[in-house]
Design a protein around this ligand. Structure first.
Ligand code: UDP
Length: 325
C-alpha cells in the first residue's frame, strides 16, 4: 500500500454487524484507521475477531444512542448500527426506533463536531410495499407507519430526514445509500431472513419455510458488491440517496430452489403464512449508481455468491452442531 489512504480515520457504527464488519475489513485493507462501535445486540464479536489485533483497528462495545465520544480527528462516519432483519422488527422494535432516530442524531452531531463526512445506511424498506417496480430513488414509497415493519421503515425514513436536515441546516457533508437485500458470509444463521433460513434448513435436511406462495420477489446482492458501491458513494460528490442492490429480480420460491440445488439437499419446501406488510415485489433501479458511482453494478453472479455463502453456512451449521453436542 503506498500513499495516503482514501478515507483516513473512519468510525463505523454497527461495526460488528454483517455489513459493518465487511466494511471494517475493506477499509483496513485500503489503509484506513478504523474505529468500530457496536452494542452487540445483533452484531457479533466473532465477525470482527480477525481484526482485533490489527494496529489500525479499535473496537468499543458501545450503544450509539448515547453521546458519542471519539478522541482525535475523524474523516468519515459510516452509520450502520441497527437491527435489520424482519425477525428483529417484532423482537426489538424500540431499539430499532431509537438507533434510527437518537443514534442517527448522535452520529450527525459527531460528524458536525469533527467536520467529518457521514454516510447513512438507509434501506429499500423506505419504499415499503412498493406500487412502482423497479424502484427509483424518486419514488416516495408505500409504508404502513403503524405496522410491524413500520418501526424499521419509519426509523430509516426519519434518519434520512434528519441527515438531510443536518446537511441543509448545518452544512454537514452527508451521503445516503439505500441498501437492497444483501447476502454473504457472516450473516447470522438464526437472523430470520430468507437466505440464512433456507441454507440452515437445507443443510440440516429440515423443511424449507417459504412464506406465502413464494411468488413475492426480491433482488439479492452479494456483500462484496455492496461494499464496493458504498465506498464509491463515500468518495464521490453525490449526496444521494443512491440505491445499491442487484437489479436481477427473482421469486422467493426460485431462491429456495437455487439453495436446495447448491446445497444438494433433499429438504422439502413447505409454505408458512406471509408476515403482514411483506413487500410483494422489490427491485432496485440502479441508474443513479451507474451514473454517479463510476458505472457501479453487481459483478458477482447470484450463482457464485450463493456458492460462497453456502460454504460459510455449512461451516456455521457444523460449528453450531458441535457446540450443541
Ligand atoms: N421469507 C420466507 N421464508 C423465510 C424467511 C423469509 O419465505 O424463512 C420471505 C419473506 O416473507 C420475504 C422474503 O422471504 O418475502 C425476504 O425476506 P427477508 O427476511 O430475507 O428480508 P426482507 O426482504 O423481507 O426484508
Amino acid at each position: 500500500m503506498s500513499g495516503s489512504p482514501r478515507f483516513g480515520r473512519v468510525l463505523v457504527t454497527g461495526g460488528a454487524g454483517f455489513i459493518g464488519s465487511h466494511l471494517c475489513r475493506r477499509l483496513l485493507d485500503e489503509g484506513s484507521h478504523v474505529i468500530a462501535f457496536d452494542n452487540l445486540l445483533t452484531g457479533r464479536i466473532e465477525n470482527i475477531e480477525p481484526l482485533l489485533g490489527h494496529p489500525r483497528f479499535e473496537f468499543e462495545h458501545y450503544d450509539v444512542t448515547n453521546f458519542l465520544y471519539v478522541a482525535g480527528p475523524l474523516d468519515a462516519i459510516l452509520h450502520f448500527a441497527s437491527p435489520a432483519s424482519p425477525a428483529d422488527f417484532e423482537r426489538l422494535p424500540i431499539q430499532i426506533l431509537k438507533v434510527g432516530s437518537l443514534g442517527t442524531h448522535k452520529a450527525l452531531g459527531l460528524a458536525k463536531a469533527k467536520n467529518a463526512r457521514l454516510l447513512l445506511a438507509s434501506t429499500s424498506e423506505c419504499y415499503g410495499d412498493p406500487q412502482v417496480n423497479p424502484q427509483p430513488e424518486t419514488y416516495w414509497g408505500n409504508v404502513n407507519p403503524i405496522g410491524i415493519r413500520g418501526v424499521y421503515d419509519e426509523a430509516k425514513r426519519f434518519a434520512e430526514a434528519m441527515t438531510m436536515a443536518y446537511n441543509r441546516h448545518h452544512g454537514v457533508d452527508v451521503r445516503i445509500v439505500r441498501i437492497f437485500n444483501t447476502f454473504g458470509p457472516r450473516m447470522q444463521l438464526h437472523d430470520g431472513r430468507a437466505i440464512p433460513n433456507f441454507f440452515r434448513q437445507a443443510i440440516r435436511g429440515e423443511d424449507i419455510t417459504v412464506f406465502g406462495d413464494g411468488q413475492q420477489t426480491r433482488s439479492f446482492c452479494f456483500i462484496d458488491d455492496l461494499v464496493e458501491g458504498i465506498l464509491r458513494l463515500l468518495s464521490c460528490d453525490y449526496v444521494g440517496p443512491v440505491n445499491i442492490g442487484n437489479p436481477e429480480e427473482m421469486t422467493l420460491l426460485e431462491m429456495a430452489q437455487h439453495i436446495l440445488r447448491i446445497s444438494e439437499s433433499t429438504s422439502q419446501i413447505i409454505n408458512e403464512p406471509l408476515p403482514p406488510d411483506d413487500p410483494k415485489v422489490r427491485r432496485p433501479d440502479i441508474t443513479l449508481a451507474r451514473k454517479y458511482l463510476n458505472d457501479w453494478h453487481p459483478e458477482v453472479s447470484i450463482e457464485e455468491g450463493l456458492q460462497r455463502t453456502y460454504e460459510y453456512f455449512r461451516e456455521a451449521v457444523l460449528k453450531e452442531a458441535q457446540s450443541d453436542a
